[in-house]
Design a protein around this ligand. Sequence first.
Ligand code: ZN
Length: 511
Amino acid sequence: MRLLIENCKVFGEKTRSVLVDGRVIVGTSDDPTQTVPADTIRVDGNGGTLLSGLVDSHCHPFEYGWLKRNIDLRGTTSVTGLRLRLSAKMQRAQPGHWVTGMGWDHEAFPGRKMPVKTDIDDISPRNPVALTRVDGHVVLLNTKAIESLGLESRVGDEYERGPDGKLTGIVKERALVDVFSAMPHSVEESASGLLNVEVEAVRFGLTRLHCIISSEGYKEELGALASLRSSGSLSMCYNVFLPPEALGYVSDEGLGQKFGDDPVRVNGVKLYADGSLRSRTAALREPYSDDPGNTGLLRYSDEQLSELVEKADEAGFQAAVHAIGDRAVEQAIGAISRVSGSKNPRRHRIEHASLLPPDLLSKMAKFGIRASVQPCFITSDTWAVDRLGEERAAHLYPLRSMLEAGIVASGSSDSPVETLNPIIGAWAASVRAGLAPKEKLSLEQALGLYTKNAVSNGLDDYLGVREGAPANLTLFDSNVEGMHPALFRKVGVMAVVVNGELVGSLADARV
Ligand SMILES: [Zn+2]
C-alpha cells in the first residue's frame, strides 16, 4: 500500500509530507505541490503534527483487557462504593464462579484504611471474590476465596493477619501468584481482551506496546498473541517481556523464532526487585516516613537477582527489572552492571526507577542503564510526601535530571495502573503538578519519552521520520509545536500508521 500524508508538519522538521510504500518511509518533502504516483492513498493532515509512532514502553494489556471484562473499581471513593459495584455484579454471578475486579485505591477512602474480607463477605456468600488494588500489588479476597485456595495455613508477610490471627483477606506481592494462577484463564478471553485494548490504544495514537506478560497466565497470553498474529488480526506491534518462569516454555515451543519479527517480538524478561510505594512494599534505604518500622520488601537477594539478570542476558534477552524504592534501584543497578559492565549492549533497563537520589542517578548513567518511567505517577501519587518526607520526595521521578545525565528514559503508562493515553503521559511529564517543579520536561523532551527513547529502549534504533525509517507514524489533530504544555492534554489523534498500514484514521483519506 502506498500512502501520502500531506499538509502536515513533522515535529521539529521542515517536512510537510511523508510518502510511505510498504513498511517504510520512501520520501519526505517540504513542497506542498509535489506529484505522487497514481493509486496513492492521500491523507490530509489538516495542519496537524506528524511524528514517529508513539510507543508505550511498559504496560499490561492483558490485565487491562481482563479489567475491562470484570468489575472496574477505579474511581471508587469508599468501601460503600466498592460494595455497590460488587453487589451489581453478584446479582448476575453463577454460584461457585470466580468474581473478579480491579482498581480500588484505599488512599481515596475515608481514613485510608485497606478494606478487609468482612467488608464484602455478606454480599458474596456463594462466590470466591478477588479484587485487585489499582497498582496490581495487593488483592482483597473474601472468605470463600481464602477457603477455596486453602490459604489460611500459609505463612509470610505477604498474607496479612488480623488481631485474631486469621487472614484479613489482604494478600500482597509474590503471594498473588497463588491467587491468580487459581483463576480461570483462557486463550480466547485473553485474545478478545487484547483486541479490546488495541482499539483504545490506537485511538490514543499508540503504534507499539512493550507488553508485560503475567506469571499466572503466560501460556494463555502467549497463545493469544500467536493466534492473533497468525490470523492477521493485530493492528499494533508488540515487544513482549516474559516472566522468568516462561523462559523454558518459550524455548520448548519455539516461540522465540515465531515471535522474531513484527507484529510480535520477544524482547526481554521482566523481573521484580520490589513492590510499590502505594502499598509500602517498595524497598527503601531508610524507613517509610509514615510507617517508621518498615523499609519495604526486596524480593530477591543480590545474588539471586544477579543470577536472573545473567540468565536473561545469556538467553539474548533484555532484562527489565522493576525497582521502585532506592534500595531496590541500588540492587538492580548492581545486578545489571555486574552482568553488562559499563556499555550495557543488551539495553538492560530498570522499570520505574522511581526513587532516584543523585548517587544512584549518576550510577545508572555511568553504567548506561536505561529506564522506563511513568509520568502519570507524578500527578497520581498525592501521598508521596507522606510516604517519603519532603527531602526524599524531591528525588522521586527526577525526569529532567535523568535525561540531562544521559539516561535513556522511555515513557509508559503501566496500564491499567494509569491511563494508556501517552498524550496524558507527556502532559504530566511537562506540567508536573506537584513534586519537584525543576524536573519538568519541555514538550519536545516529553514526546521524546514516547518516541525516540521508547524505540531505542526496545529492540530497534530510532530512525525518526525520514526516508528509510519504518513507517510507524502518529498524526495529531493540531500543530503542537510551540504549544503551551498545559494545553497539550486536549490534543487528539487524527491518524495512526503501523508498518505502513493506516490502522486508525479520522482524517480525510482518499485514493
Ligand atoms: Zn507494571
